[in-house]
Design a protein around this ligand. Sequence first.
Ligand code: HEM
Length: 290
Amino acid sequence: MKAAAGLRPRSRASFAWGRCVRGTYAPSDQAREITKSRSFTKPSRVLARFSLDGGHPAAANTNLLLRGFSFRLGGDGQRSEIFTQSVPIHFARTPEQMLAFLAARIRGPDGNPDWEKLEAFSASNPETLHQADYIAAHPLPASFASTTYWGVHAFPATNSKGETRFIKFKIMPVGEERRRAANEATAKAPDLLQGDLDSRIAARDIRFSVMALLDRPGDPVMDVTIRWPDEDRREAVRLGTIVVTGVEANDACDEAVFNPTNLAEGIGRPPDAMFAARCAAYAISQTRRR
Ligand code: HEM
């Protein structure tokens, strides 16, 4: 990841540009039907980070379309850290495929990747194009605040009756979704995005519903490159609401050591191979960038 993204010692391996914020989480009455996790059934403070994908912390880059939103919620001993992005699928099914995907994109001395190698890889790994196809077909809105974010993996959720089912996290903006054409949205990003974010935070205008999409028997829970059948029309339960209330110094997020395995009891670890790989990757990245 570092080699493909550019080797900048103190920056994240991906989603390097970010804005650290604070907020609040308020659970809905339905949350406990889905999970007994105290992170999701109790009100708490939130530490969160909006980000742009890629390895450049200044991200003076107009074509970085993918956006991230990571958040920590819950009180002491009951914290959970959820990572979401503005596409519902990942670009690789297995760690080996991800490694080959990234290796094929490493630039040569002329500053370009080996296009033939890249095309050959894509042809023999067609599922690695799903994410790019989705991005091309779904232009992003001009604001972090009106973007929808997905947790991608299927998480086992257990309620207080001991019933367990898979859910997917979907973080949906509350209020209007101001969509603009992709070109317009990214024309001056990230300045445009950051300016919009800061003014909306000042106006207390950023609010998200934390949704749990509910599984059906036979859903593919091991493959993060495909969606569940009819996923956009799935039955969904609103677990709660996040309100962004202020900007935090970026140091607060840089030092917070978010890890996808930090999940309070009631939400378990997704069973797919990519989630297992992530557990180590975040810890290694955080150690190196300190
Ligand atoms: C599949 C869905 C995935 C999502 C939704 C996701 C999302 C994110 C987000 C939002 C961040 C920024 C974190 C922050 O704001 O602090 C991030 C960072 C990162 N991701 Fe992922 N990611 C995914 C998969 C992966 C995979 C499969 C790997 C590697 C095996 C990976 C490795 C990393 C690393 C190393 C960082 C930098 C961590 C740090 O230094 O803090 N991610 N990811």
